[in-house]
Design a protein around this ligand. Sequence first.
Ligand SMILES: N[C@@H](CCC(=O)N[C@@H](CS)C(=O)NCC(=O)O)C(=O)O
Length: 81
Amino acid sequence: MLELFHFEDCPYCQKVRRKLEALDVSYLSHPSPGGSIKREFLNRFMPDLQFPLLVDVEKNIFMFESDDICNYLEKTYAKSK
Ligand SMILES: N[C@@H](CCC(=O)N[C@@H](CS)C(=O)NCC(=O)O)C(=O)O
């Protein structure tokens, strides 16, 4: 299962959401706008955290950079045609 921490107005988050949609990959969405409990919780442990944050639970991977995330998704989840 993939989990994405993101928020609506963030262009980097939008890029990753679009990639997930293009690849037709299901994911658990964690909207984390400023002031939300999820944002507060994450910031408590990672004060410099940037969004989006992708967690690939089965593969024990978490990633922050949107370009890295998109490349990872393409490499790992693109279906061969
Ligand atoms: N280089 C990063 C940039 C991500 C970034 O700048 N995210 C901003 C929102 S657009 C952020 O999380 N800022 C900190 C915050 O809103 O708490 C990427 O491509 O993922």
